[in-house]
Design a protein around this ligand. Structure first.
Ligand code: NAD
Length: 460
């Protein structure tokens, strides 16, 4: 144990103690805590909306749909299915091991660490916790320091509503995170960028702690000619400019068949005006950039590019207008790094096949989108493109279905959650075989014989 980790050690030990005493294991405790978490969110909806406006300029509607409402619906779904998820799952037993009963018994892992990111600061801290809690774990939550109002609100509300022997919020930056990472958690669930993901995985290796890494990357969006361009544009605008583009599954760039590039950029322009007006920097429905460093990074992306719409910036308010750029050089930073902001490159390609080739030659994205009315094109895309999630003819909507797991593949992350998948992430499926004494086949015992060998060969 290092000196650094001593500061957070008492909290960790308190939670460990509750876990060892079995406090978090019963259905009744988990259900009561889920109820309390739901109450915490609904009774403080306004406070959360204000915190999210302070941190990211989110509108009340956006705060509700993408954070508070999302979490409440996640909790409801979890409560509805929890008894079923907690049940042992029977499996068959081969003849050689008969008579016996075999089953998988889900069990909680212990005390887990959840490190959240700033872009959906409440959702990305509490949705993994819903899963960890449902699975019967104790947890330390470390919200992102880049969304300080939301972080402080969670730190003040969690102890008021939830069992302090089983959950704690520890606020802080990377210093705090690295202190926490030195402790022997049973699981670490990290959401954020790839560079820190590697640090988390390295720290976890010291204790052989398994990790879930919810990372990001460049999520592509392919548009085939002859699709319904108006609806395509509307859905791209929603997916890209919700939270001012600071969404891990936002379409990072568009690859459009040459024949409809003009129609698409015109439709995007119209749709942006319809959704955010002629002065998007003043729209109350349009969020801001998290800080000046990120704003500076985003402004550099559009320097010297062909801007179709947008480009205006309000430095004081940390706002950058929804910006569409056309055919940037693939070697420029905007096409080399994850954009994670309100800039959308539109790149012309000769065919969907060329677009797919482009995607396949790059790291596997967290999400991939295709707009096409051709069944064959849709099937080929789903078959050949590897991504955490794929959505055909829309953006981000798979998040609304708790039956679909959420997580990356390759460089976009490892592990998954949402609904039952989150419960499974925070559970160990213990294999159990129960035998009895009333019948004991002797062929496995010494002394060996040719007859026993013959029978064993038949039975195995
Ligand atoms: P961030 O700066 O909020 O960092 C994430 C967390 O890591 C924070 O809690 C922070 O304190 C912690 N951290 C930072 N440095 C650390 C260190 N050296 N050691 C340990 N912990 C450290 O968020 P970010 O990294 O800017 O997030 C943006 C990235 O996250 C993007 O790539 C985005 O795509 C990705 N993301 C992914 C998801 C997802 O669900 N897959 C969701 C949101 C964001």
């Amino acid at each position: 144990m290092t000196n650094e980790s001593r500061a957070v050690l008492p909290v960790f030990e308190r939670l460990q103690q509750s876990f060892v005493l079995g406090k978090t294991r019963t259905y009744a405790w988990r259900k009561a805590q889920l109820d309390a978490l739901q109450r915490m969110l609904s009774e403080n909806e306004q406070a959360f909306a204000e915190a999210l406006r302070a941190d990211l300029g989110k509108s009340e509607t956006e705060a509700f749909t993408t954070e508070i409402g999302f979490l409440i619906s996640d909790i409801r779904h979890t409560k509805k299915h929890l008894r079923q998820w907690m049940k042992a799952q029977k499996v068959s037993t081969p003849v050689l091991a008969q008579p016996a009963r075999s089953y998988l018994q889900p069990e909680p892992l212990g005390t887990v660490l959840i490190i959240g990111a700033w872009n959906y600061p409440v959702q990305l801290t509490l949705a993994p916790y819903v899963a960890a809690l449902a699975a019967g774990n104790c947890a330390i939550l470390k919200p992102s320091e880049l969304a300080p109002t939301s972080s402080a609100l969670m730190a003040s509300l969690v102890p008021k509503y939830l069992d302090g022997d089983a959950v704690a919020v520890i606020e802080g930056d990377k210093e705090t995170a690295s202190k926490l990472l030195s402790l022997p958690f049973e699981h670490i669930f990290y959401t954020g960028g790839e560079v820190v993901g590697k640090i988390v995985m390295q720290a976890a290796a010291q204790h052989l702690t398994p990790v879930t890494l919810e990372l990001g990357g460049k999520s592509p969006c392919v548009v085939e000619a002859n699709t319904n361009i108006q609806t395509t544009a509307r859905r791209i605008v929603w997916g890209k400019w919700t939270n001012a583009g600071q969404t891990c599954i936002a379409p990072d760039y568009v690859l459009v068949e040459r024949g409809c590039a003009n129609a698409l950029t015109e439709a995007l322009t119209q749709e942006l005006r319809r959704q955010f007006g002629n002065q998007p920097l003043k729209s109350k429905d349009y969020g801001r950039i998290v800080n000046a460093r990120h704003l500076g990074r985003l402004k550099q992306y559009i320097d010297g590019q062909e801007i179709i719409i947008g480009g205006q910036c309000d430095e004081a308010e940390l706002k950058l207008a929804p910006t569409v750029i056309l055919n940037p050089d693939i070697d420029t930073p905007v096409m080399q790094e994850e954009i994670f902001g309100p800039v959308l490159p539109v790149i012309e390609v000769s065919s969907v096949a060329e677009a797919m080739d482009f995607i396949k030659r790059r790291p596997k994205p967290l999400a991939a989108y295709l707009f096409s009315e051709q069944q064959a094109t849709q099937n080929t895309f789903v078959e050949e493109i590897s991504a955490g999630s794929i959505c055909i003819n829309d953006t981000m909507m798979f998040m609304a279905n708790p039956q679909l797991p959420f997580g990356g593949v390759g460089h976009s992350g490892m592990g998954r959650y949402h609904g039952k998948f989150g419960f499974d992430t925070f559970s160990h499926q213990k294999s159990v075989m129960k035998r009895s004494f009333w019948f004991d086949v002797a062929i496995r015992y010494a002394p060996a014989s040719a007859r026993k060998r013959y029978l064993l060969k038949k039975l195995l």
